[in-house]
Design a protein around this ligand. Structure first.
Ligand code: ZN
Length: 355
């Protein structure tokens, strides 16, 4: 499924397949949104700053105003849209449409975000966890290839997890379903501390934050590396810089990147045994260049190899592992897809509030 970038003003109206859906993906820095047709193709995309310390009601009204303004440039109106999918980070209560205590949205605590958007837009709104929405997006329009049993890990500041089982997002009983970054890969009492405050979690080993921390520790212990000089500038050491050093042949950087693949392979072995997905996708900014780079391919191959060492051989052989393809668009595309699926009447899909 191709995604058409119309930010440059290209006109894709003739190719659009109605009905149309909106997806809104709220993050700590930006709110991304897009207009998506019934085949999962992006017709419009845009983003605006979240201003996470400000009241969320202001952000909701800014989003609706921005949507109206962009739709008008294509001679569309809000009434041409069938529904909205809204994705936010947790913590959240999906059935009641509440965002609870999101770490990156300090001004949004205990806010009825789904109903606020329905009231402001006059449209039905389906509500989803952002990582599960991204998984749905990859399933619908990305490298998930329409497979309806899918696991997505997003590698960035943290390790996000999105899960689809039989075409539905795994929301769980308490809206914590799919928190794959917080499975335990190290039971030692002195295991690494995770961003969530618990120890031994996958995120504490395999996120970009963890990669930088492991690199800092190695440099502090006297390991030699071209990255050593960046310790003079704390801002210079990043997952990107480590990846670049690894791609240039730095031994320590390569070791750290491949250790990340090892940890992911260990974590995925447990997740694959529990979920038995048709496909595992790796998304997020930390892909070391992805399929187009030798390091990215080596990273992926190492993950596959480590999974192969730990998963039932028959199951490992049947489980595809590859990079995701939608990048930062996956969340809003998936949110739009969830709104569409809810409209089609799938029972058990995220609760919808009519506008
Ligand atoms: Zn954790």
């Amino acid at each position: 499924m191709s995604v058409t970038d119309t930010d440059g003003g290209g006109d894709v109206v003739a190719g659009a397949c109605p009905p149309l859906w909106l997806g809104v993906d709220v993050g700590g820095t930006n709110i991304k949104w897009g207009l998506v047709d019934d085949g999962g193709r992006v017709l419009l995309r845009d983003h605006l700053p979240t201003y996470a310390d400000q009241p969320p009601s202001l952000a909701i009204h800014r989003v609706v105003a921005a949507i109206d303004a962009r739709l008008a440039t294509r001679n569309w109106r809000r009434s041409d849209v069938q529904g909205i999918g809204l994705a936010t980070p947790g913590t959240m209560d999906i059935p009641s449409g509440m965002i609870l205590e999101p770490p990156n949205l300090p001004g949004w605590r205990h806010f009825p975000v789904r109903d606020a958007l329905a009231d402001a837009s006059g449209l039905p709104v389906a509500f989803a966890n952002d990582a599960n929405a991204a998984a749905f997006g990859e399933h619908w329009a990305g490298s998930g290839g329409k497979l309806d049993s899918l696991l997505l890990l997003t590698l960035g500041t943290g390790v996000g997890g999105g899960v689809l089982v039989h075409g539905r997002t795994l929301d769980g009983t308490h809206s914590y379903g799919g928190e794959c970054g917080h499975i335990i890969i190290d039971p030692d009492p002195n295991a690494r501390m995770c961003g969530c405050g618990r120890t031994g979690h996958l995120e504490a080993y395999a996120s970009a934050t963890a990669l930088v921390k492991r690199c800092e520790e190695a440099l502090a212990s006297g390991r030699s590396s071209s990255l050593g000089r960046t310790t003079l500038d704390p801002a210079g050491l990043s997952a990107l810089a480590i990846g670049q050093a690894a791609a240039a042949g730095d031994g320590l950087a390569r070791e750290l990147v491949l250790d990340t693949a090892l940890y992911l392979g260990i974590g995925l072995a447990s997740l694959i045994h529990v979920l038995d997905p048709a496909i595992v996708l790796l998304g997020g900014a930390m892909d070391f260049g992805g399929e187009s780079s030798p390091l990215g391919r080596e990273f992926l191959e190492k993950i596959r190899r480590e999974v192969g060492l730990r998963v039932f051989p028959d199951l490992a052989g049947k489980t595809t592992i590859r990079f995701a393809s939608l990048g930062g668009d996956a969340g809003f595309i998936g949110a739009a897809g969830i709104a569409r699926a809810a409209s089609l009447g799938g029972s058990g899909l995220p609760h919808v509030r009519q506008g």
